[in-house]
Design a binder for this molecule. Structure first.
Ligand code: BMA
Length: 316
């Protein structure tokens, strides 16, 4: 069988990119990495929009079919607020959204780009019209964060990705716990970046929020390979224990999604696929991903196929 006829786990939508800068009702540089949720049969994307200064804000788009006919807010939905939150001075980026079941609130973890580097901040909302800012949860340099929808033994849990520079730059995925969403501790490395020539060597990060399945919390994460011609952002899978998410029970050996189409290969940052949101509809997964830091794509997969594949490709 020829390589291009082998079935992939994720299928790109034929209308990709489903949202690009021409769809926005105002002038901007790019629209990409979007958080995604479904409320009352409507798909909401909270999209990162980079303006022509280079500063990002977040704008809401809604669609019934999640593919076309997007209603995009005529003005930015959430703009940086550096007077009250100085850490947002260079923009707000890459939202991940999860429903906190106990509080009946949507929690949006996002990157605030401070003068000291990117850090993790939190906003909550019940309706995507009124928003409450909580401020920073993690100091710089830290990003790629999402909360879990429930507490574990009374504590909230968050996955995030701090960076350390000694003895050489390294970015592993961590998990931390909090009694109140404000004070975080019990920090632990959850998934280590691999080394050498692996697709996920040196730098990895959570992509969309953890997804609850019968087999555990499904994690889709990105790995950044540095090559002679630049970086490649690809995606792989992991699984965490459902009761104790500190336990990593599976991690894929191979990547499952990689820049392949021209809109993923060429853009403001070439060769990047960067999802911040996925939506489950029974066994179907809708993955919304940023393409080359320039536009938004949609790819679909079957959850059962992802879990079966991960069992066969577990490298632990
Ligand atoms: C990461 C994040 C993403 C971006 C990606 C590729 O570090 O900043 O927002 O899509 O780099 O540039």
């Amino acid at each position: 069988m020829k390589n291009n006829t082998i079935k992939e786990l994720f299928n790109r939508h034929p209308h990709n990119p489903i949202i690009s800068i021409n769809d926005l009702p105002y002038k901007a540089n790019s629209v990409f990495n979007a958080g995604a949720v479904k409320i009352n049969e409507i798909i909401f994307l909270l999209m990162r929009v980079e303006d022509r200064r280079g500063i990002s804000h977040l704008t809401l788009a809604q669609s019934k079919n999640g593919i076309s006919d997007w209603q995009i807010n005529s003005q930015p939905t959430l703009i940086p607020s550096p007077d009250d939150y100085p850490e947002e001075v260079w923009g707000i980026e890459d939202p991940r959204i999860i429903f906190l079941e106990e509080k009946k609130l949507w929690a949006i973890t996002y990157t605030a780009y401070s003068k000291g580097g990117p850090l993790v901040s939190l906003i909550t909302t019940s309706d995507f019209q009124n928003f409450t800012r909580y401020g920073p949860m993690m100091p710089p340099e830290d990003k790629d964060a999402a909360l879990f929808p429930i507490r574990f033994d009374g504590r909230w849990a968050m996955i995030h990705r701090p960076v350390s520079y000694l003895p050489r730059p390294k970015a592993n995925i961590w998990i931390s716990f909090s009694p109140d969403l404000k004070h975080w501790g019990d920090h632990q490395v959850l998934i280590k970046a691999r080394k050498g020539s692996w697709w996920d060597a040196n730098k990895i990060g959570l992509s969309p929020p953890p997804l609850r399945t019968d087999e555990g919390w499904l994690i889709l994460y990105h790995g950044v390979k540095i090559t002679a011609s630049g970086i490649i952002y690809r995606l792989g899978l992991a699984l965490l224990d459902i009761i104790n998410p500190r336990n990593l029970i599976a991690r894929s050996d191979e990547w499952i999604f990689s820049p392949n189409e021209s809109y993923e290969i060429y853009g403001d940052v070439d060769k990047v696929v960067f999802p911040c949101g996925w939506i489950q509809e029974n066994d179907k997964i809708l993955l919304y991903y940023g393409c080359a830091d320039s536009c938004i794509g949609l790819a679909t997969a079957n959850l059962s196929e992802l879990l079966d594949w991960l069992k066969k490709h577990n490298s632990l």
